[in-house]
Design a binder for this molecule. Structure first.
Ligand SMILES: [Zn+2]
Ligand SMILES: [Zn+2]
Length: 462
């Protein structure tokens, strides 16, 4: 993997880059499929989709004015999911024996024509796409008609016109939708961060993740696999552009299989890297996501090559500046593992040294209304602590930044892992509510209710 070489100059992040990897974390332990001890790309790609052609994307109708989060997409691009892309439906967990995916022409994410970022995919007329079909063919029978949160009306402010007055951006930014109630089993909460084998460093079929979620007492899960990026940007840890439709179909397959038992939703962990905003924006409009999780991955060799200079603290400050910048793009609902950079030379991580920079970063994020994630997988990383740590969590709570909890599971057994601890950490940090997203609308729940629901539902399903 590229990270092997990431540590170019610095001492030797070998250790950090190797394990700190949110991405490419070494196999935690014997997973159900011992097959490969080594993070071997389990290419589970059900089938090689052959059309990398950038889908017709709705023209950026979105202004992405900082501060004001998008006012909920009005209409979706004709979600071009290829009807044929749906992977084998029935097989609910044949994982291990996953047929050695046809050694598709490697990871090459179909180099876009242009040698530079922002491949403006010209609205290619898709076969039948033009039809008003608001939903991907496959979707039809999928997403449980669940809690379609009422079309909350929020301060849109779509017009890029310069706001006449500095309104209280924060509250206007993103209001929450009414929270649906618990299921019969008492389940109420969602795990909002997990992956699929398409990213080449996650194991297990989506249905296995769903099964684990039920055991964990969850009401739903949101898949947020690593989004494709153009021009060969760190291709070894993400689906290729041509696999995007397969990804959507994969999640929809699981959603259909678990309909009525668990709400399986579609999200995406979308890389933020300066200069790629147009590409990212268009990607987000390709289908109707429930949740778009922004992520700044310092481990990308492209990131290190461009920003790793100066002192370690300087690098970390740059990271936090980028975190705020990513929120200010208006492209994301939430920011993943917000202090991931503590795994860069974890032995020297010292929050006190950069606390002021973090405070500035959080002030900026708070002004956008974008939520932040409490990622429980941090406990498995080189700097063993959830992301973010408790001190930063308190600073986030002080600024009333909405918080979402995610396991960042790359293996089914991690779904919902450490959620009780996470929720207790939130309470100690000063939070009273925790959130998740549906149709890109935030839904807030009382932490006390969530805690009670996890136990109740888990017992019920035991
Ligand atoms: Zn990540
Ligand atoms: Zn990952």
């Amino acid at each position: 993997m590229s990270k092997k070489k990431t540590p170019p100059k610095k001492a030797a992040p070998s250790k950090s880059s190797a394990k700190a990897k949110n991405v490419a974390k070494k196999p935690v332990k014997a997973a159900s499929k011992p097959a490969s001890k080594k993070p071997q790309p389990p290419k589970a790609a059900p089938k090689p989709v052959k059309k990398p052609a950038p889908k017709p994307v709705k023209k950026a109708a979105k202004p992405a004015p900082k501060a004001a989060k998008k006012p909920v997409q009005a209409k979706k691009a004709p979600a071009p999911v290829k009807k044929a892309a749906v992977p084998p439906a029935k097989k609910v967990a044949p994982t291990a024996a996953k047929a050695p995916a046809p050694a598709k022409k490697a990871v090459k994410p179909a180099p876009q024509p242009a040698a530079k970022p922002l491949p403006k995919p010209a609205p290619t007329p898709t076969p039948a796409a033009k039809a008003p079909a608001p939903k991907p063919a496959v979707a039809a029978a999928v997403p449980a008609p669940q809690p379609a949160p009422a079309p909350v009306v929020e301060a849109p402010a779509p017009a890029p016109a310069p706001p006449p007055k500095p309104e209280p951006v924060k509250s206007a930014a993103k209001s929450s939708a009414p929270a649906p109630g618990p299921t019969k089993s008492g389940a109420l909460f969602y795990d909002s961060h997990m992956h699929t084998p398409l990213c080449k460093h996650a194991w297990g079929e989506p249905e296995e993740y769903a099964q684990q979620a039920i055991k964990a007492g969850l009401k739903g899960i949101i898949f947020t696999c690593h989004a494709p990026m153009p021009n060969g940007f760190w291709p070894t840890v993400r689906m290729s552009e041509s696999e995007f439709d397969t990804y959507v179909a994969l999640v929809q397959r699981a959603a259909a299989a678990y309909k009525g038992k668990l709400h399986v939703c579609l999200g995406i962990e979308s890389e933020w890297f300066p200069g790629y905003e147009d590409y990212i924006r268009q990607l987000h409009e390709r289908v109707e996501f429930d949740y778009v999780l922004g992520a700044v991955h310092w481990q990308a060799k492209e990131y290190l090559a461009k920003f790793e200079s100066g002192t370690i603290e300087n690098f970390r400050r740059i990271y936090f500046d980028h975190l705020a910048k990513s929120a200010e793009t208006g492209l994301y609902d939430c920011l993943a593992h917000p202090d991931l950079v503590k795994n860069y030379h974890p032995d020297s991580w010292c929050f006190a040294i950069i606390k002021n920079s973090v405070a500035t970063c959080l002030d900026r994020i708070a002004a956008t209304g974008v939520a932040m994630e409490l990622n429980t997988s941090g406990l498995n990383k080189s700097y063993s602590e959830m992301n973010p740590g408790n001190e930063m969590l308190r600073m986030m709570a002080e600024r009333k930044i909405p918080i979402v909890v995610g396991s960042d599971a790359h293996r089914a057994q991690r779904v919902g892992e450490h959620f009780v601890t996470a929720l207790n950490n939130l309470t100690e940090a000063g939070y009273e509510h925790v959130s998740y997203f549906q149709k890109r609308q935030r839904i807030d729940l009382k932490i006390s209710d969530v805690l009670a629901s996890l136990k109740k539902a888990a017992d019920h399903n035991a």
